[in-house]
Every structure is written in structure tokens, then in C-alpha cells.
Write a protein that binds this ligand. Structure first.
Ligand SMILES: NC(=O)c1ccc[n+]([C@@H]2O[C@H](COP(=O)([O-])OP(=O)(O)OC[C@H]3O[C@@H](n4cnc5c(N)ncnc54)[C@H](OP(=O)(O)O)[C@@H]3O)[C@@H](O)[C@H]2O)c1
Length: 357
């Protein structure tokens, strides 16, 4: 029986996001096991030799080689879908060349997030954006990006409640895990016994991308959400999972029950049955001391969607201020899992070929 799944590759497969891609794509029902692509440092090694995640590498890919391939070579091999975990700056030109060669790209890098013809996408929040961008030109591939890892969790928590609250402003303070900086990350002597109240460009990205994700699509462009989001970002010594303290100043005054019901009832992707979509996408925690990175980073069901749910807790409503904490896995919801879900939505929207030619 022939394998009708779409052929794929991971760019930056030896990095933190790349390894999460490998974990998610090793046995995906719609995408074939990926070709692994890395830079000069890891090229020639196997995935197992560079593996750094706490869980074991997927058996299907552990012995697979990391290859150094150009965009032209990837396209020549008939690969249809590329998941990009390249560093920003490097990613932009490679991703553009791949789409020009007919390969669709789902990227974690920031380079193309603001381009007019590119979808900055979180499927639960702005799925219609894919339709706004539309089908790529004949012979070209689709280019879809996921947002900054803190913005990804924030917009999933905000989307269900913004209509009933009508916010005047959103203030968010983040406590961001070390893995958000990739490998080898922050030097241990800079972060042990410490909190660093600075992550370069992070606050700007959270503010700008939240506005784009909650904005209104107009053709291939987006009218950004007008409500100001004000971010303060700190690096803390956790391994995975960004904790965020959110305060919304609201114009409207729904009851607390209405707000909680909006979160509980939120499941916009339910009918689509996308393999990596968590059900529900927002997990409400009633305990006084949750969410916590150690306990909630892997929230999300079914099994394939572990780490994709956003945990919300410590909800306090004293109008006009709604306060809560959220927790999202930066490398899954805010990284590789977000890209895989974007690609699943594109398949569901019939924007990708349904099978490898
Ligand atoms: N970490 C997160 O939580 C997170 C969340 C959302 C988005 N992102 C974004 O995702 C991307 C990847 O982040 P990361 O944390 O996974 O970074 P990382 O751990 O530093 O991995 C970078 C990857 O890029 C490869 N690479 C580096 N230079 C290269 C070159 N000149 N040619 C080809 N490949 C090269 C590396 O291969 P070698 O091993 O061969 O050097 C490695 O596989 C970045 O754009 C980042 O901003 C990260």
C-alpha cells in the first residue's frame, strides 16, 4: 500500500524546536516522517546523537541522519511541506526560496511574520486569516508563520473573552522558561539564583503580534486590534513553559460565571478534528496555586496534543480589572506544535495538495 501522506522536512532539526518537530512528525497521520536538515555543526550526525529533550527520541527517527541541504535540493527531492526552526535572520531568505520553488513552509522564525501575503496564524484565534491570504500563485508554496511563544499562549486565553469584556487595555508580565532561548541557551551562571528582566525584542513582539492576531483581516492585510497590549518580559530558571500574569482593564462587566463559561465553551476547531488540536484549548484551573510550569506545561488532550492547551488559573474579577495567570508550553503551543497545527489547518482548508505526487 502506498504512503499517501505529504512528504516533509524539518529545517533546524537539531535545535530545540526542531527536536519537538521530530517528536510530533515521527508518526503523524497526515504527514510522512520528515527528512532532517541541520547546519554544519550537526550535519552528518544522527538525531539520537544531538538529542536534548527529556524524553527519548522517537524510535522511527532516532537513527535518521541530519543532512545539510539547500532549498534547491529540498525542492528537487519532491518535499512538499517544510517545517522551519531556523534562527531568525537565516530563516527569511531560505523560506522565501522554498516557496518560490513550490514548497509550502510553516515557520517558527520571526522574519516573515509581518509580510502582507503571509499568514501569522493561531488556528483557534484567526483561522480565517488563511483564507484571507488565499491560495499561493501557481508553482509557489504557501508561507505560514506562528507567533512569538508568549503571544501564542496569550491570544488563546484572550480570544474567548474579548467580546464580552471589551478590553480598554491588556497588561501582561511574563516569566519565560530557559528553553525559549534554544540551545545552548542562557549561560547557567547568568540565570542560576536569578531572574533576568530583559529578553531582547520580546516585549515588542508580544505587543505587535497580539494586535495582529486579534485584528481584523482585510484581504491579504490585517487591521491590527486597537486595544493596547503592554508587556514586560523576564527570563526565569524553569526549563519549559511560559507563565504569564495578565490584567485586563474592561469596559463591560459580565459576571465571573459568564467569563468562565466563555473559556469553558471555547472550542472553535472541534468540528474539524485536526490531529494536534487540543480539546479543550483552554484548561481552567480552580486550585489557588495553579497553573505552574512544572505541573501544567503538558496540558492538552488527546495524547498528540500534549503541551498544546493553555492553562488559565487564579482568575480574579474586580471590575474593571480581570486578573489571571496563564501557562503555555513555549516549544509546543508556542513553537513546533503551533506550526504543525497550522499545517493541519491548511490541509483541512485544502490549501496543500492532499497527497505526495
Ligand atoms: N525555543 C523556543 O521556545 C521558540 C519558540 C518559538 C519560536 N522559536 C523560534 O524558532 C527558531 C528555532 O529556535 P530554537 O530555539 O530551536 O533554536 P536552536 O535550538 O538554536 O536551533 C537552531 C537550529 O538551526 C540550525 N542552524 C543554525 N545555523 C544554521 C545555518 N547556518 N544553516 C543551517 N542550519 C543552521 C541549527 O543547526 P546546527 O545544530 O547544525 O547548528 C539548529 O538545528 C528560531 O527562529 C526561534 O526564534 C523558538
Amino acid at each position: 500500500m502506498s504512503d499517501e501522506r505529504l512528504s516533509t522536512a524539518i529545517l533546524g532539526a537539531s535545535g530545540y524546536i526542531g527536536q519537538h518537530f521530530a517528536r510530533l512528525l515521527a508518526d503523524h497521520p497526515w504527514f510522512a516522517p520528515p527528512t532532517l536538515v541541520a547546519g554544519e555543526r550537526s550535519g552528518g550526525k544522527t538525531l539520537a546523537e544531538v538529542w536534548q529533550l527529556a524524553e527519548a527520541p522517537p524510535i522511527e527517527l532516532a537513527a535518521a541522519p541530519l543532512r545539510t541541504l539547500t532549498a534547491a535540493a529540498i525542492a528537487r527531492q519532491g518535499i512538499r511541506v517544510v517545517f522551519s526552526a531556523l534562527p531568525s535572520g537565516l530563516a527569511g531568505p531560505v523560506e522565501s526560496e522554498l516557496t518560490r520553488r513550490g514548497v509550502s513552509v510553516f515557520s517558527n522564525a520571526a522574519d516573515h511574520r509581518r509580510d502582507p501575503g503571509v499568514a501569522l496564524l493561531v488556528p483557534e484565534v484567526n483561522a480565517a486569516r488563511l483564507g484571507g491570504v488565499g491560495r499561493p500563485r501557481p508553482g509557489h508554496g504557501l508561507l505560514v508563520t506562528n507567533p512569538n511563544c508568549s503571544a501564542a499562549g496569550l491570544v488563546v486565553a484572550l480570544a474567548p473573552i474579548v467580546r464580552s469584556l471589551r478590553p480598554r487595555s491588556v497588561h501582561v508580565t511574563t516569566y519565560q522558561a530557559l528553553s525559549g532561548a534554544g540551545f545552548p541557551g542562557v549561560p547557567s551562571l547568568s540565570i542560576t539564583d536569578n531572574v533576568v528582566p530583559f529578553i531582547r525584542d520580546e516585549e515588542e513582539k508580544v505587543e505587535r503580534e497580539t494586535a495582529l492576531l486579534l485584528g481584523r483581516g482585510r484581504g491579504s492585510r490585517v487591521l491590527p486590534w486597537k486595544v493596547p497590549t503592554v508587556a514586560q518580559c523576564a527570563r526565569v530558571a524553569t526549563r519549559d513553559g511560559h507563565l504569564e500574569a495578565v490584567t485586563i482593564e474592561a469596559e463591560r462587566r459580565p459576571s465571573l460565571d459568564e467569563i468562565l463559561a466563555a473559556w469553558r465553551g471555547f472550542d472553535p476547531l472541534g468540528p474539524r478534528q485536526l490531529p494536534t488540536a487540543p480539546t479543550p484549548p483552554v484548561v481552567l484551573r480552580g486550585e489557588p496555586d495553579r497553573p505552574q510550569p512544572l505541573r501544567d506545561r503538558w496540558a492538552g488532550e488527546p495524547e498528540r496534543a500534549r503541551g498544546m492547551a493553555v492553562s488559565v488559573g487564579r482568575v480574579r474579577w474586580s471590575p474593571p480589572f480581570l486578573r489571571f495567570f496563564l501557562l503555555a508550553h513555549n516549544a509546543v503551543r508556542g513553537g513546533a506544535g503551533g506550526s504543525v497545527l497550522n499545517a493541519e489547518l491548511a490541509v483541512d482548508e485544502q490549501l496543500l495538495p492532499t497527497r505526495t505526487p
